[in-house]
Design a protein around this ligand. Sequence first.
Ligand code: NAD
Length: 283
Amino acid sequence: MYKLIDGKAVSEYIKNSVKEKVADLKVEGKEITLAVIIVGNDPASRVYVNNKKKACEYVGFRSLEYALDEQTSEQELLELIDRLNKDKSVNGILCQLPVPEHIDEEKVIDRISPEKDVDGFSKINVGKLWVGDYDLAACTPMGVMELLKYYNIDVNGKNCVIIGRSNIVGKPMAALLLEKNGTVTICHSRTKNLSEITSQADILVAAVGRAGFVTADMVKEGAVVIDVGINRNAEGKLCGDVDFDGVKDKTSYITPVPGGCGPMTIAMLMNNTLVAAEKQGEI
Ligand code: NAD
């Protein structure tokens, strides 16, 4: 019988622990601030930014929103980041991705001071992650690690297979599992014999972006299956990358979509902002 990994409950637990620390700091007159930049009118980005603001309210952070026009130049955006980098009252900065095409995403990410880069996307923070000396790493894979920890799922010596090699999920996921002594394989769109590899995984992480991509024949009996995907199926219903109904009975643990990895990402953003403030010596 499989066990469902309850990302909603674990994310509440993380947010509540941040909230408690923030309440203690308030007593000392200290406040933590997250600045969120959004450029343009992408509806999905708007939903994400609103959710981040709500989470800030919940844990007690001050949140600043900079909603910039679609036509904002790259220079104007970089200048805003420079100002926020210098502003001592701002502890965390993130720019909601994607940015409009005329803006170089990489330049934007790397302009954010590494100490305030709460998404953990800058080259400095990615490098620090890979040498195992990091404070801020990408929120979604950090959330997966918290789920594994919460359910006492040991990574040590396990065969961990990740499907997807993006900079925001697949690659940092690999670094974090490796740090916990997993034997890690990253699969991607050019991987040959994918199901042969995935069916050897003790821990299988799907981050592909295709509804129902992972089917039962790709999964080892008793595996832990973590579904990072957020997709819409043919009926427009939210679903992950894993064919949940077909796969669940083969697993020992599985994350649902929604209610699995999704809520963890924002919880880890809150935690990263607290960590950033701590490292800045603000608390
Ligand atoms: P991406 O498009 O950048 O990367 C997808 C990866 O899948 C690529 O590395 C590609 O090589 C691989 N891939 C594509 N087709 C494949 C195939 N046939 N076989 C093997 N690999 C294949 O996507 P991403 O940003 O990493 O996101 C992946 C999914 O996770 C999306 O559904 C996204 O919405 C979701 N996501 C969820 C959260 C969250 O908070 N839960 C956060 C980020 C992304």
